[in-house]
Write a protein that binds this ligand. Structure first.
Ligand SMILES: [Mg+2]
Length: 309
C-alpha cells in the first residue's frame, strides 16, 4: 500500500472523528431514534450544526502535544489539558473536570492517577478513548510506541486499565485499517494484540452481534467501544456506520467521535459525505478566534505524520 493511500485513511480518521462528534452533538443524552426515522444530517443542537465539541477539542490537545514532543510527554499534555479547562469549554466531562481540578490545585498527575485507581476503582469513563486517535495518526508505523502513548494519554485523567487498554485497542484498529486491513480483520488483530481484561474482552467479543435495543451507549468506556464496534462491523460505509451510531441515544457525540475515527480510517477521507465535511467547524484553541474546518484537520495530519520523527 503506498503512502498516499495511507494518508487518505489517516485524514479520514481525523476528519471522521470530528465529523462524528459534530453529528452526535445535537443528539447527546436523548433516547434512541426508531429505525424508520434515523437522523442522517448535521443538525443544530446546543451548538450550530456541524460544530464539534470537547471530544475533538481534547483530541486536538493530544495532537498538538504530539507535534511538539514525540514520544508523548505527559507533563506537556497535562499543561495543555489544564489550559483548555481554564478556557471555559462549554462541555467538560465530570471525571475529567474532577481530575484536572486536583491537578490544578497542585497534585501531580501521577498522584491523581493513583487516587482514581484507589478511590474509584469502578470509574471507567469514555473521556480518554475519545481523544486517543491522534496517537494512531502519529505512530501508525510504530505499534509498540503507539500502544505506549495510547495508554499514556489516558492515564493522566483516566487511569482505569480499561480506559488505557480501550484507547490502545481503538488505535490498533486505526493503524491496521490505515494500512489496508478490513474492519473485521483489524478488529480480530486488535483482539489478539491488546489485553482488555476478561470482562471488557467479553463485551468487545459480543459487540458485532449485539442487538440494537440492548446497546446502552452510556459514558462507560465499555459501552462506547461496544456501540462503535457494532456500528462499524455491521455496515459497509462511513455514512451508514455514523448514522447507526448517532441514533442510539445516550452519549452520541463520543460514540460518534470514536466510530468516526474508526470508519474514517477504514474508508478514507474521500468516503466521508461532503455534505458533512463542508459543515464541520469549531474553534481551537478556545478563545483564540482560530476556526477549524476539514482542511485544518488535514494540515494537522500532515504535521503529525511529517518525517523527522
Ligand atoms: Mg462532547
Amino acid at each position: 500500500m503506498d503512502n498516499t493511500a495511507v494518508l487518505d485513511k489517516l485524514n479520514g480518521c481525523a476528519v471522521g472523528a470530528a465529523v462524528g462528534d459534530a453529528l452526535g452533538m445535537p443528539l447527546e443524552f436523548g433516547s434512541a431514534h426508531p429505525l424508520n426515522s434515523l437522523v442522517c444530517e448535521m443538525t443544530t443542537g446546543r451548538l450550530p450544526a456541524g460544530r464539534f465539541t470537547d471530544d475533538t477539542e481534547l483530541a486536538l490537545a493530544v495532537a498538538e502535544s504530539l507535534t511538539v514532543h514525540r514520544p508523548l510527554d505527559a507533563d506537556d499534555l497535562v499543561k495543555r489539558l489544564l489550559k483548555w479547562k481554564r478556557s471555559m469549554p462549554m462541555d467538560i466531562g465530570a471525571h475529567t473536570n474532577m481530575v484536572l481540578t486536583w491537578i490544578a490545585g497542585g497534585m501531580t498527575w501521577q498522584d491523581a492517577a493513583e487516587k482514581v485507581r484507589k478511590e474509584m476503582p469502578a470509574t471507567a469513563g469514555n473521556g480518554s478513548i475519545m481523544r486517543a486517535w491522534p496517537v494512531a495518526v502519529a505512530w501508525w508505523q510504530n505499534r509498540e510506541q503507539m500502544v505506549k502513548d495510547s495508554e499514556l494519554q489516558s492515564i493522566v485523567t483516566h487511569s482505569h486499565p480499561e480506559c488505557m487498554k480501550g484507547s490502545a485497542f481503538v488505535n490498533w484498529m486505526i493503524a491496521e485499517m490505515a494500512t489496508g486491513a478490513t474492519p473485521r480483520a483489524a478488529y480480530e488483530s486488535a483482539m489478539q494484540a491488546i489485553d482488555l481484561g476478561a470482562e471488557f474482552c467479553q463485551v468487545v467479543e459480543h459487540a458485532p452481534d449485539a442487538n440494537r435495543e440492548g446497546l446502552k451507549n452510556s459514558g462507560w468506556v465499555r459501552h462506547t467501544l461496544e456501540s462503535s464496534l457494532w456500528a462499524l462491523l455491521n455496515t459497509s460505509s462511513f455514512e451508514d456506520a455514523l448514522v447507526q451510531v448517532i441514533n442510539l441515544g445516550g452519549d452520541t457525540d463520543t460514540a460518534g467521535a470514536v466510530t468516526g475515527a474508526l470508519a474514517g480510517a477504514a474508508y478514507g477521507l474521500e468516503a466521508i459525505p461532503t455534505r458533512w465535511v463542508d459543515k464541520l467547524s469549531g474553534e481551537w484553541p478556545l478563545g483564540s478566534g482560530k476556526t477549524w474546518d476539514a482542511h485544518a484537520f488535514v494540515r494537522l495530519v500532515s504535521r503529525l505524520t511529517a518525517d523527522g520523527h
